[in-house]
Design a protein around this ligand. Structure first.
Ligand code: ZN
Length: 160
């Protein structure tokens, strides 16, 4: 089996059977992100337990790449410290912005390496990043909300 076929199969599997799909309670932060280029939408809820990502639930609409990528993202980040979630986001972002020249680290990114080929198609990169961006936004808001900084500023509130 060629590697592209294998990657395609992984993406289709996640699209057909989305992991952690559906909006669950309780949650601390809910965000809604859209990718107008393709018409993808995701509503994502996040719950932190101290420093751990206790749950990420979502409702995703749109193309197979955006939905599958969101499913893969939840597999990777749930149960991890929020800082590691940000690191994984950054690694996936680097892969997507690499135009196909970045070698993915399968130990770290697991099924997310299947999107390596998507990086060669700039129009689809935003599809693959939608769920990850929503996760990062929610995690920034949730950590800001629980951190007792007391200055009333919420990181991630940058209007629209
Ligand atoms: Zn899309």
């Amino acid at each position: 089996m060629k590697i592209d076929d294998l990657y395609q199969e992984i993406i289709l599997d996640h699209y057909r059977t989305k992991h952690h799909s559906g909006l669950r309670e309780p949650y601390e932060v809910e965000v809604h992100h859209v990718n107008p280029n393709c018409g993808d939408e995701v509503t994502l809820r996040l719950r932190l337990d101290g420093d751990l990502i206790a749950d990420v639930s979502y409702e995703a609409l749109g193309c197979s790449i955006s939905q599958a990528s969101t499913s893969v993202m939840t597999d990777l980040v749930i149960g991890r410290p929020v800082g590691e979630g940000f690191d994984l986001h950054d690694e996936f972002l680097a892969l997507m912005q690499g135009q196909g020249n970045v070698e993915p680290d399968e130990e770290r990114l697991e099924d997310a390496v299947a999107f390596a080929g998507v990086a060669r198609f700039p129009a689809r990169v935003k599809c693959a990043l939608l769920g990850w961006s929503a996760f990062k936004d929610a995690a920034i808001r949730a950590s800001g909300a629980s951190a007792p900084t007391g200055n009333g500023q919420r990181p991630g509130d940058e209007g629209s």
